[in-house]
Design a protein around this ligand. Structure first.
Ligand SMILES: Cc1cc2nc3c(=O)[nH]c(=O)nc-3n(C[C@H](O)[C@H](O)[C@H](O)COP(=O)(O)OP(=O)(O)OC[C@H]3O[C@@H](n4cnc5c(N)ncnc54)[C@H](O)[C@@H]3O)c2cc1C
Length: 434
């Protein structure tokens, strides 16, 4: 029994499903889409109402595009802006690096505002048969006291906070960086793994809105000029609708992390950009500067325990090399769905449990070595002199930078790739997994 608003005891609204997914961001929606496509009964619970804003850079690399294509999303339609690569700015050099031509990934990226991107994905999931229930906040797992296994979720829905209790054979936590659901199960984040904080704002910028490249700044100059640099990295992504998404991120390996005023830093950096871009004039701003954390390099584990799979940010899956999280939320969602379908086809008990443990094992195999390298990379570039050395000595060499792009964006062919692919694949295979 739960307590209603007036204090009296009320029976929660209840329902059952094969799989409950907590959170309808890219991770949750992708998981729901693939589960429903395999004929499972999926309940997708989301605390907010769509459309809703999500603080993000809105940049999609070819990795994310591949997942969108796999969900049958037409990326030629309105609202999408294509890009052909990354422009890197640092050490006084601007380098345009096209996305590599690969067998495994398309050769273009996209931007789209999260205001409707997440809704679009959630709609694909409902079209495939998933039941989406918005305005439903999950507060805690429903635990079977005998086995200690999670058998559902508790929470509330609607403005009057009607209590709800839903049961399922499996629960997927796709509740984002806050990870309230895994936290309620005692799964905190690991402080020895990287995390970033990033802020972003939209600006009206006719000069920059339809850029054919995503732009990444390795050094952020202060408006005061001279040799005064700000910590962190920056981005300018054209949204194709007259606006740009501009932001900066700082990693927890940087001096002053957690004590810096990121909003002031953003304004300071943009003050040094050319006036015709329109980003150093408050009048061109569209909305406030908003920020959030980026949980990286598997900073919450295990990814499966007691009937719950962690997907995307909930499992700390942002790529430590480049801060990209959408592709990894979607990829882990695909894997979680595949594993769940196989597991639920087995009888309840040890056999099903074994199948579910394939999920963390496969995540480790796919990303473990790469994320270990990424976690080292974050520690290294936390020292500004290291980053500056790399920028000064790496940027003048386009071939080296093409290699760096492949490494940082995790874009290689596992089979039949070029020499760069083979080097990256070999190194990530021999490095011990996180
Ligand atoms: C400033 C910034 C810029 C970024 N830029 C990029 C970028 O350009 N490209 C990129 O790929 N990644 C970027 N990222 C990372 C990216 O935003 C995340 O990795 C991505 O959103 C993760 O998807 P997700 O589905 O795991 O979680 P989320 O997108 O956070 O979705 C979680 C969902 O769960 C819901 N939810 C949470 N708690 C509950 C609950 N208790 N009950 C019900 N529902 C709940 C939330 O409302 C939300 O809809 C950026 C992040 C930040 C902060």
């Amino acid at each position: 029994m739960a307590r209603g608003g007036s204090g009296e005891e009320v029976s929660p609204v209840s329902a059952e499903a094969d799989v409950i997914i907590v959170g309808a961001g890219p991770g949750g929606a992708t998981t729901a889409f693939h589960l429903a496509g395999h004929g499972l009964d999926v309940l997708l619970l989301e605390k907010s109402e769509f459309p809703r804003e999500k603080v993000c850079g809105d940049g999609l690399t070819p990795r994310a595009v591949k997942q969108l294509v796999a969900m049958g999303i037409d990326t030629d339609g309105p609202g999408w802006t294509k890009n052909k690569g990354l422009r890197v700015i640092g050490g006084g050099i601007r380098l345009e690096l096209d996305w590599p031509d690969l067998l495994s990934f398309p050769n273009f990226g996209l931007t789209r505002t999260r205001l409707d991107f997440d809704e679009l994905l959630a709609k694909r999931a409902t079209k495939a048969g998933a039941r989406l229930q918005t305005s439903t906040t999950v507060t805690e797992p429903l635990v079977d006291e005998r086995s200690g296994r999670v058998v559902g979720v508790r929470g509330f829905r609607g403005a009057d906070k009607e209590p709800v209790e839903y049961r399922a054979k499996l629960v997927v936590a796709a509740d984002g960086v806050s990870g309230r659901f895994p936290l309620a199960m005692g799964l905190g984040k690991r402080d020895d793994r990287p995390i970033g904080v990033a802020v972003r704002r939209y600006y009206h910028s006719p000069a920059r809105h339809d850029d054919a490249y995503l732009e990444s700044w390795l050094e952020l100059r202060s408006r005061e000029g001279g040799d005064k640099f700000l910590p962190g990295y920056g981005w300018i992504f054209g949204m194709g609708d007259g606006r740009v998404n501009v932001g900066l991120g700082v990693l927890n390996s940087s001096v002053g992390f957690g004590k810096l005023n990121y909003r002031t830093m953003l304004v300071d950096w943009l003050g040094s950009t050319p006036a015709e871009w329109g980003m150093n004039d408050e009048a061109n701003a569209d909305g406030p500067i908003l920020g959030a954390a980026l949980p990286m390099g598997f900073n919450r584990v295990p990814h499966y325990t007691r009937g719950v799979l962690l997907v995307g940010d909930s499992g700390g899956m942002v790529n430590p090399f480049n801060g990209e999280g959408i592709a990894y939320a979607m990829e882990s969602g695909v894997l979680a769905a595949e594993v769940a379908v196989q597991a639920l086809a087995r009888p309840e008990g040890p056999e099903r449990e074994r199948a579910l443990h394939f999920y963390p094992a496969e995540l480790k195999l796919r990303y473990g070595g790469y994320y270990r390298l990424g976690n080292w990379f974050v520690k290294l570039i936390g020292h500004p002199e290291v980053l500056r050395f790399f920028t000064r000595h790496g940027m003048p060499h386009p071939t080296l930078m093409r290699f760096v792009l492949k490494l940082l964006a995790n874009l290689t062919d596992q089979r039949g790739g070029d020499a760069m692919d083979r080097v990256i694949n070999t190194v990530t295979r021999i490095v011990p997994a996180v």
